[in-house]
Each structure stands twice: as structure tokens, then as C-alpha cells.
Design a protein around this ligand. Structure first.
Ligand SMILES: *Cc1c(COP(=O)(O)O)cnc(C)c1O
Length: 421
């Protein structure tokens, strides 16, 4: 099986670790920019509200990688930001992002968070029909309002992604028309339409089907209520090839399919121009982050273990979802993968394993071990269980230099919330 490539080699990492001890996440800025440009290029046909070019936007799901340096890079590439909590809103505020560059897609939302989203002028994307009244009474109905549609059983039998009717999010088919009517009655005059029904989906056709579903709903809103939505937000959920045998989603293929549906459904209904936006997180940064660790122990009992200086606090996905993350041992890429290891961290939980029964080259104590695809839901999912501290984050810049963009936590951070007296 082909090994995955790294944007750095062992001598480079040996220099980096002199200033930045392992473990750390490192993000490849040039690759993040190239990927963002490919996405925007594929969707460059999407019209803006006035029929001009450049109507496409990806609102980066901040939860995937909430680091201001990364957000600045993405803003330079034209992205907006999808927030779902007060911390994510404030992070945007701190780097000077305001207004309709923010999409606030939350659920079970406290009023204080709606109020903050209102204050920043973000686009509020309501999760439930009862939130219309809740928002209007508590924070005021904004001029522009968006609603999250959950198709429920209507999406059953299309593609296997987990059932929308089991998901806690969004308005039902019956509620959504009523929702727009109610929001209009409470003063909303501009409208967006949203759905998010996929997660880590690698089938490009799925996103085309989602576009068809929202286009048809937009037509229905116009026919039933005379409401013309200003944009449709197809959500995020574009997957990434965590496994070497998987293939990345081809943006152009998704875009071509969406464009054909646009011509078939949106134009004849007189809804052109209709901007199309996305809110992907994973596919934007996931493949371009790496968790760099060092092997500190080998243990041979009933199985063969490699113990790393990183642990689940740095990357939850394998322990939480049994997710596959590829592992490369820099400097040993050409060695045969003729050993079978469980690659583990130090948590007192037996699911603190980055890999189980993984075929790898022989690993020696002191080897650097790189875990792939940690650029989304990696550091950000970290926790402090067992008193484990979250690592630093580094940025590999296009000129080859390395910048620390978050320091590692210290014991003082850990104790800061305790009253020891
Ligand atoms: C998490 C999330 C996203 C992004 O999902 P990805 O799988 O990272 O693309 C987008 N929108 C909402 C509402 C989310 O909760």
C-alpha cells in the first residue's frame, strides 16, 4: 500500500523539535491555501446576489481548528466563519471578523449567544421553530434570518450517512414553511436556507443531492410564501481520505453537479441569481495537520506496544470513534512495514490508542512518529482528563519557517481554576 507523504522530513523535524518539544500539532499553510483556492475555483461560477461573480463562500466551521492564525489565513482566502458557541463568536470578534462573514449555526442555544451573534451582525441560522419566538422576544428578530432544514426520512435510502431523523438538528419538513412565515410576521425581510446532513462523506453525489433538495425547497418557499431566499447553505461534511486507499472528494465534480441542478431547478423558477455557500471544516484543514510525537517506550506483552509522548488529549478521534489516522515514521518510510503494533498514549484508559494492530516499520525508542490528518477536530477536541495537558500548535509557513501559534498548556493552566486553600 502506498504510504502517505509528509510536507517535511526527519532532518527538518529534528531541527523543529530543538525549539518545540514533542508532542505538537503542525499545520501546513501552503497546502491549506492551495486547497482553499481549489475549492473557490471550482465554485467560481456561483453568482452573487446581484448576478455578478463571486457569490460562493465557505464558512469555515471554526470548531474544527479554532486558532486565530489559521482563521486569518482562511479569511485571506475568502472564507467566512461558521460559529456555534460564544467562544467561537468572540474568537471571530477578536480577529476583526464581523457582520455577514459570520454564520451562527448553533443548537440548544442560550439567549446570551443569540444576543452576541446579533451584536456582531452575524447571520443567525435557527435550529428549531420555537427559536423564532425565543430569538424575537429575547434579542430581536434580525432583518436577515436563516433556518436549518432536517429532511428526516425524506433522505432515507439515498446514500448511507446516518439517518437525518435521528439527528437532533433542524426543522422538520412540516415546520420549515411555517417557520419562514412566522419569522416574516416577526419582521424578518431577508432569508437564507440551510441544511447539514452529512459528516465525513466522500461521495461527491451526496452533495449534489443536497443541493437538489434545497433548490426544490427554495422554489417551494417562493411559490407558497412569495419568499425569495438570498442564499442556500449546503452545510459542511465533505469527508477526507483518512485511509490511504480512500479518494478525496473532487470539488469540480461536486460543483458541476450542483451547477447542472441549478440550471434545471433554480433558473426556470426565476430564482437566479441564488448564491450558494458551504460550511466545511474538516476538508479545509484536516489533511494539512500532523501530530508529531516521539516513541518513548516499547512494550512486549500479549501484544506489541509503542508508547508515545502524545496521548488522547491531543487527538480524541481514534479513541472516541475508532477512527483511522495514518501513521508515518519519518526516516523509515522506505523500511518494510513488517511489524504489528498498538500505538498508544499514557492515559489510564485502554482506548488511548492511536492505532490498533497497525502494520508499521520497526520503531525504535526516540523515533519521531507522525500522525496524519489532525488539522480538524484534533487539538480542538482535546481535554484534560487524567491531568493531561494540551499541546502546542505550530504553523509551517510557505517559506519553510515554523511559527508557534499556540503554546502548550502548563500545570499552572491546569491548576488555574482550582482553589487549593
Ligand atoms: C461541524 C459542523 C460543520 C462542519 O462539519 P465538517 O464535517 O467539519 O465539514 C458545519 N456546520 C455545522 C452546523 C456543524 O456543526
Amino acid at each position: 500500500m502506498k504510504d502517505r507523504t509528509l510536507p517535511f522530513d526527519r532532518p527538518f523535524l529534528d531541527r523543529v523539535v530543538q525549539d518545540h518539544p514533542t508532542p505538537f500539532h503542525i499545520y501546513d499553510e501552503a497546502a491549506i491555501r492551495d486547497n482553499a483556492r481549489a475549492m473557490y475555483k471550482a465554485f467560481s461560477w456561483v453568482p452573487d446576489r446581484n448576478g455578478g461573480p463571486g457569490g460562493f463562500c465557505n464558512y469555515f466551521a471554526v470548531k474544527a481548528l479554532p486558532n486565530p492564525h489559521i482563521l486569518r489565513v482562511l479569511r485571506e482566502e475568502g472564507m467566512g466563519f461558521d460559529c456555534s458557541s460564544i467562544a467561537e463568536l468572540v474568537l471571530c470578534e477578536r480577529i476583526g471578523v464581523r457582520g455577514e462573514q459570520i454564520m451562527f449555526t448553533s443548537n440548544d442555544t442560550p439567549l446570551s449567544e443569540y444576543a452576541k451573534a446579533r451584536e456582531l451582525g452575524g447571520i443567525i441560522n435557527l435550529d428549531d421553530i420555537t427559536h423564532i419566538e425565543y430569538l424575537a422576544a429575547g434579542a430581536g428578530m434580525p432583518e436577515l434570518i436563516c433556518m436549518r432544514y432536517n429532511p428526516g426520512p425524506l433522505r432515507e435510502g439515498n446514500v448511507i450517512i446516518g439517518k437525518p431523523e435521528e439527528a437532533k438538528y433542524g426543522f422538520t419538513r412540516e415546520q420549515i414553511i411555517e417557520g419562514y412565515r412566522a419569522a416574516r410576521d416577526l419582521g424578518a425581510v431577508r432569508f437564507g436556507l440551510h441544511t447539514m446532513v452529512a459528516s465525513n462523506e466522500l461521495n461527491p453525489d451526496y452533495f449534489v443531492e443536497t443541493a437538489v433538495m434545497l433548490f426544490e425547497l427554495a422554489v417551494e418557499l417562493k411559490q407558497k410564501l412569495g419568499i425569495r431566499v438570498e442564499f442556500v447553505n449546503l452545510g459542511g461534511g465533505i469527508g477526507i481520505p483518512y485511509r490511504p486507499e480512500q479518494t478525496a472528494v473532487d470539488y469540480q465534480r461536486v460543483s458541476d453537479g450542483v451547477r447542472a441542478a441549478y440550471g434545471r431547478i433554480v433558473k426556470p423558477a426565476g430564482l437566479d441569481p441564488l448564491p450558494i455557500v458551504l460550511e466545511n471544516g474538516r476538508v479545509v484543514t484536516g489533511p494539512y495537520g500532523y501530530l508529531v510525537t516521539r516513541a518513548i517506550h516499547r512494550k512486549d506483552t500479549y501484544k506489541h506496544y509503542i508508547g508515545l509522548d502524545g496521548n488522547m488529549a491531543n487527538l480524541m478521534r481514534p479513541g472516541m470513534y475508532g477512527a483511522y489516522h495514518h501513521i508515518t515514521v519519518p526516516g523509515r518510510q522506505n523500511a518494510a512495514a513488517d511489524h504489528t503494533y498498538d500505538v498508544v498514549g499514557s492515559l489510564c484508559e485502554n482506548n488511548d490508542k492511536f492505532a490498533i494492530d497497525r502494520r508499521l516499520p520497526q520503531i525504535e525508542i526516540g523515533d519521531l512518529v507522525v500522525i496524519h490528518d489532525t488539522g480538524a477536530h484534533g487539538h480542538s477536541m482535546g481535554f484534560n482528563y487524567n491531568g493531561k495537558l494540551r499541546s502546542a500548535e505550530l504553523l509551517l509557513k510557505p517559506d519553510g519557517s515554523v511559527q508557534q501559534i499556540r503554546r502548550a498548556e502548563t500545570l499552572d493552566d491546569y491548576f488555574a481554576t482550582l482553589d487549593l486553600l
